[in-house]
Design a protein around this ligand. Sequence first.
Ligand SMILES: [Zn+2]
Length: 660
Amino acid sequence: MPISKLAPFRTRTLARALVSATLALSLALGAATPLPAGQRAWIEVKSPHFRVLTDGSVGDARHLARQFEQMRAVFGVGFPKMRLDTGAILTILAPQNEYDLRDLAPNFWGKSASKVGGIFQDGWERKYAIVRLDQNREGLQYTAVYHEYTHTLLHANFQWLPTWLDEGLAEFYGNSRFEGSKTYVGAPSVHVQLLRQKTLIRLDELIAENPWVKFSNDQDGRDLFYAESWALVHYLMMSPEMGRGAKINQFYKAIMNREPQQKAFQEAFGNFADVEKGLREYVSKFLFSSYSIDNPPQINEKDFPERTMSVAETEAEIGTYRFWSHDRSESRQSIEQALRDDPNQPLAHETLGFLDFADGKDKEASADFAKAVELDPSRFLARFYKAMLAYYSVPNPALDDMRALRTAMYAVTGANNAFAPADVQLAFVMARVGDLQGALVMAQRAEALEPHRAGYHLLVARILIASNYSVGALKEIQFVADRWRGPDRNEAVELWHEVPGTPVPSDEIQVNLSPADLKDPNALAKAIPKTANGTVSSIDCGDKHKLVLQTSSGPQTFTAPEGRTVVGYSDTFWWAGDHFNLCHEATGLRAVVRYKADTAKDGSMGTWTALELREDLPTPMSTAASPAPANAVPTSPAANPASAKPAESRPTPPPPTPKI
Ligand SMILES: [Zn+2]
């Protein structure tokens, strides 16, 4: 999924959060606003699985934490095998009202705070649920927040879901109602009104669409897509003729076996005309059935411990949220204030590390992360970034550097067993020393933890190719190529060329044609992007993102147009997800550039429209001169429940070469 609009800042997570939040937020870029003078200390309430930070009352925070526990229980009861915790840290921030919400991250919230009751901001390392306490009323219970929370659980458990099912399930569960000691799942939604007024989207179209492409400039169309996806899932989940959800399992199994969606849908639910008729009748009913779940008996909000945080800790939490909301200058102000108030505040040091890293100051960032780890050894993010920066500061890493990285990554997983990027790094370390079996175990573990990341499937494929097991590799590659779009799909297609004897599909390239292009064959030929392969030598973020690519025929220069560009990168890059910065991270990486060959006067090849950064499996280093040390620890940790991904038919890769 790594697609982002090109910008000098890290917009990827933000773009995703905004796209998926069903809330229209405008980013008002104004002057930096400092924290209010004399920041008030916030309160922390901890329930068994959630942490709520608030400047409101303890009672309201406890109530909110209990609602999240109830929401979690909906999945725990309904799907006993579902994994309910993810590697990213979820923090629930609960400002009292609109004004406090705006103070949290002034640039991000701008003028939108008055319109928003709650939003979920997704990230690879941190997730935030932001809820305004004054909006926690019966019937208005943060549907958008629980919608996104549902997505995070779905994405941690399902390798892929078609858009209608992903959004429909998120709307279905996100609309749960908490009343007294019960949670009602499948409660009627405001969507019903809309659906009764409009002509439904044809089902064969609905299931094939990506609403963000199809309805990119059509809010009404998008609303209808969400409403109808919700109704369809409600119908499939609750109506007796659809087996109250049983047929969804049949459908999911079929699409996982590469059966085309249209065929799988009709085999599971009936032909489109019949299902459409049934759906229309279902929507026109006056009553929607729901089911209720009793609150988990062990969850009693009065028992949730609370404490008042220090002012410095409050500032550090707010500064950290501001960083993840891309309010960087405000973030730095709060973090520096936190460190003036308490020079030993660990979170403030960690976030200062991310701020310095974002500015390209790796040395300072290393020192910040080291300080955070020294003050609080449980800070796995600081540990991870400290280790990665140390590793990449060495020009030609030797066996000792590998050993240090491996030890550091085990410490990261020791602090957070579900943080998949550490497993990816362990897979790379093992591949580097030729231990493909160990690398496969770690890569499969990452894949099982974050099945929604295309690049993790492709990492497994790369290791299987290196192990000469092309059948298994092809399965992974086809899985990604069939289901993902854009740079992820192209990465799969590129890898497909390494599996001999199979026909490979072509790349998917974004083409923006104007009416004039279609009239003139010469213009049309120029408008279709060409492809160049090489390594990024430099990128000039001050000059229209001028890009120099070292290719097999020498350096080639490209300029970026002002319009839309696509930047994609392998999910396995260590800074992936939350910390990609085109200006600092792209140089030296293998890249595929799509460009329009226009008649540039400055000697450039043209304007680039897409940049796809790729990460290969490292080539094994020469270890002949480096005997395994006596204190070597096993490279493949045994008994790892998260790596329980079916691998029955896979032959064992070659025995490991020197262990480190
Ligand atoms: Zn959604």
